[in-house]
Every structure is written in C-alpha cells, then in structure tokens.
Design a binder for this molecule. Structure first.
Ligand SMILES: Cc1cc2nc3c(=O)[nH]c(=O)nc-3n(C[C@H](O)[C@H](O)[C@H](O)COP(=O)(O)OP(=O)(O)OC[C@H]3O[C@@H](n4cnc5c(N)ncnc54)[C@H](O)[C@@H]3O)c2cc1C
Length: 380
C-alpha cells in the first residue's frame, strides 16, 4: 500500500495549481459578478492537458486517469470552482460515450473535446424530475433512420456553450420504466433545439447553466450511445464515476477556505492578539483540516479504484456526500473567521460560501447520496 503520489501526479498537481493562479485568479471576481463563461481559459487549459484529463491517449486525451482528473479538479477548485468547472466539465457527457459508445463514436466525439475545440454536456435533469432519474419524460421516437426527440432539459451545465449533449430519452415506453431509456447524442445546433442560459445562480456563476427545449429534433440512429433501453443503467454507472469529480471540487474549495482563514487569522488582531492565537479559532481550523484530510482519502481512493478497474461506487457516493458537507462546513468557518469582512464582496470567502452549496445539490443531492449508500448497507 502506498499513499504517496507519483512524481508524475505531483507535477500535474503543481502545474494545475499554477495554471489556476495565473489564468483564473485574475478574472475570478469579474466572472462571478458578470456570470462570464471563460472559453479562452478552457482552450488554454486544453493545451496544457487539463481538459478531459481522464480520457486515454488513444482518444486524444492526456491519459491521466480519474485520479489525475480529480487532482486537477482539486487544484483548479482551490482558486475558482466555477471557472474550474468550465475546464473539467468541458467533457461532461464524454464519460457516457467512453464507457458505452462504439469505437466510431469515441473517435468522433472525444478527441475534439480534449483539444478544446468542442464542449460536451450531459442533459439528464428535467423541469419535473431531477433526483427521480426514472421520472424523465423526454421522448425519442424512431422515424426511419432517425430518432425524433421532444422534451425539456433543465439546469444543464454547458447548455448554451456546448456542441453536443448526451441526452437521456425514453425510447422504449412499452418496457418496464428502468428499461425504457436510451442515451442519444444530440448536436446542439440541430433544428428544434432551443437553449437558454439561466441567470442569477447563487454560486459557480462562471459556469454556464441553462435549459434546453427539444422540439421535433432529429438525431440519426447512429447517435444512440450504448444499448437501446439500457440508458437508465448506463446513467447510474455514469454518475458513479462523475460524482468523484464533484467530490474533488469540494476538496479544493475546502483547502482554499482553510488556507485563507489561517492567513487572515494571523493578520487580524482582537483584544491585542491575532485571532488565530485563540483556541476557538484553532478549533475551527482543526475541524476543517481533519475533514479535508478525510475527504482527500475518499476522493483519491475512489478515483484510484476506477483507474485500477475496481470501482467502488459506494465509496464514490461517500466521497461526494462528504465533499458537500466539508465544503459547506469549511466555507462557513472561513466566513466566520473573517467576521464582517467575510460578508463583503471584496473577500473571496463570501464567494466560496455561495459556491460550496452546489456540492450538496448537483450530481445527486446529499439526500440522493444517502439513499445510494444506505441501500448498499442494508443490502449486505
Ligand atoms: C448549477 C447546476 C448545474 C447542474 N448541472 C446539471 C447537468 O449538467 N446535467 C443534469 O442533468 N443536471 C444538472 N443539474 C441538475 C441537478 O443534478 C439537480 O438539480 C439535482 O439532481 C436535484 O434535482 P431537482 O432539482 O429536480 O430536485 P428534486 O429532485 O425535486 O429534489 C428536491 C428535494 O427533495 C429531495 N428528495 C427527492 N427525492 C427524495 C427522496 N426519495 N427521499 C428524500 N428526499 C428526496 C432532494 O434531495 C431535494 O432535497 C444541475 C443543477 C444545478 C443547480
């Protein structure tokens, strides 16, 4: 057993953090205030091997595995979780193509995303069904060699900036609910696709989130990803892997909160001494640090297990659940250490406090993670 990162991973970690400091930090506040997506930073990140880092070299990716991808996500999220998401989620949806797609689909869709030339999206959630993944209503009906798709997707990351969406649709309504879905690649510029950006998010405001309407959209049969009728099961596997990325976001954000709060506590004095010298402050730092270290263990181990071909989906769900808890806890503590200043725009901790909450909501709410973990525990 070896808990040390390889030299290669250490270099990747340093490079990702330097990239974040140089390229993301200077525009972070502006992107948050203006809800600005950052295509140029994403392209630069792709040139540096930070986009779709988990995609193997044979499909044009850097081949850093899911552990490498988690480490990149951690380091980018130490600086800005929203801009970081524009980089690490530029390939969101590619996981479905990689795990279930044909060789031709992999060759067609994956390399351009790795190069930063195209952006993908995963269009699953609908206005009336999020946690209830079997409750989606979007319908794809066969017509000759095409599927004709009608429905609505909600809260889709990269909705208005993507080139294609891996879209969950009902194709087999006559079959049992869980066997009625299929994944279909829908080109974003297809006739009948309408995309609208959602404004006014609480956090990760640099990330593009939108709603998508599909009205008689035609996608050829060859865009079916995996097996017809297996979409629900494929999506479950998809989330099992992608939620590790979300868990890594909370790790990075937690670290940023701890580092920034400790630094501030040495500079700020109260009652004639730095606030960091008071045991109540130290207790906050201690609890933050312990949670961060525990989370690191969950994130790295669950990512590493995917890379060695022994994925532990319950562990991934634990990582995601604990990530939300850790990020929210650390951001709250960091704001408290900053006192009134922590409530003001000029200080990053207020942004991190807003960013953190999404980790308990997307890619499965914390309640959904509890259901996943709990079901496994009682099934034993
Ligand atoms: C910024 C952002 C980006 C997103 N990006 C994407 C994306 O790229 N692609 C995508 O498909 N989706 C995306 N989502 C959607 C996200 O995954 C969903 O919002 C999330 O899964 C919750 O679904 P919902 O909003 O419909 O809430 P609901 O499912 O309506 O849940 C509401 C509340 O009820 C609880 N609840 C539901 N069922 C149960 C139950 N059985 N027992 C106990 N409690 C329950 C939930 O935990 C939650 O607290 C994104 C959302 C946001 C905000």
């Amino acid at each position: 057993m070896d808990f040390l990162l390889t030299e290669e991973m250490k270099m990747l970690k340093d490079m990702a953090y330097k990239f974040a400091v140089q390229e993301m930090a200077p525009v972070s506040r502006d992107c948050d205030l203006q809800e600005k997506y950052t295509p140029e930073i994403r392209k630069k990140a792709a040139d540096n091997g930070l986009v779709a880092a988990w995609i193997p070299e044979q499909y044009g990716g850097p081949g850093a595995g899911f552990l490498g991808n988690a480490i990149i996500t951690e380091e980018l999220s130490r600086v800005d979780m929203g801009i970081g998401l524009n980089i690490v989620a530029a390939s969101f949806g590619c996981e479905g193509v990689y795990f279930f797609g044909s060789e031709a689909q992999k060759q067609k869709y994956l390399p351009p995303v790795c190069k930063g030339e195209t952006v993908s999206a995963g269009a699953f959630t609908e206005p009336n069904a999020g946690t209830d993944v079997a409750g989606y209503k979007t319908r794809a009906v066969k017509d000759g060699n095409d599927f004709v798709i009608n429905g609505q997707k909600m809260f889709i990351t990269n909705a208005t900036v993507c080139d294609w969406m891996l879209t969950q649709c009902i194709t087999n309504p006559e079959d049992k609910k869980h066997n009625s879905f299929s994944m279909i690649v829908v080109p974003a510029n297809a006739k009948g696709v309408t995309r609208n950006k959602i404004h006014g998010k609480m956090g990760i405001r640099a990330s593009d989130t939108g709603e998508i309407a599909l009205e008689d959209v035609r996608a050829p049969q060859e865009n079916l990803v995996g097996k017809q009728g297996r979409g629900f099961h494929q999506l479950m596997h998809f989330f099992d892997v992608t939620r590790i990325l979300v868990a890594a976001q909370g790790l990075g954000l937690g670290i940023a909160c701890l580092e920034t709060a400790v630094k501030y506590s040495k500079e700020r004095t109260a009652f004639g001494a730095p606030i960091g010298s008071y045991q109540i402050s130290m207790q906050k730092f201690t609890e933050m640090a312990i949670r961060i270290e525990a989370l690191r263990g969950l994130v790295y181990k669950s990512a590493w297990l995917v890379d060695v071909g022994k994925p532990d989906y319950t562990l991934g769900a634990m990582a995601k659940y604990y990530s939300g808890q850790t990020a929210v806890f650390c951001a709250n503590a960091a704001v408290e250490i900053h006192g009134g200043y922590g409530y003001i725009e000029e200080y990053d901790v207020q942004k991190w406090y807003r960013d953190a909450k999404i980790l308990e909501l997307y890619e499965g709410t914390k309640e959904a993670e509890i259901m996943t973990i709990g079901r496994f525990l009682v099934s034993k």
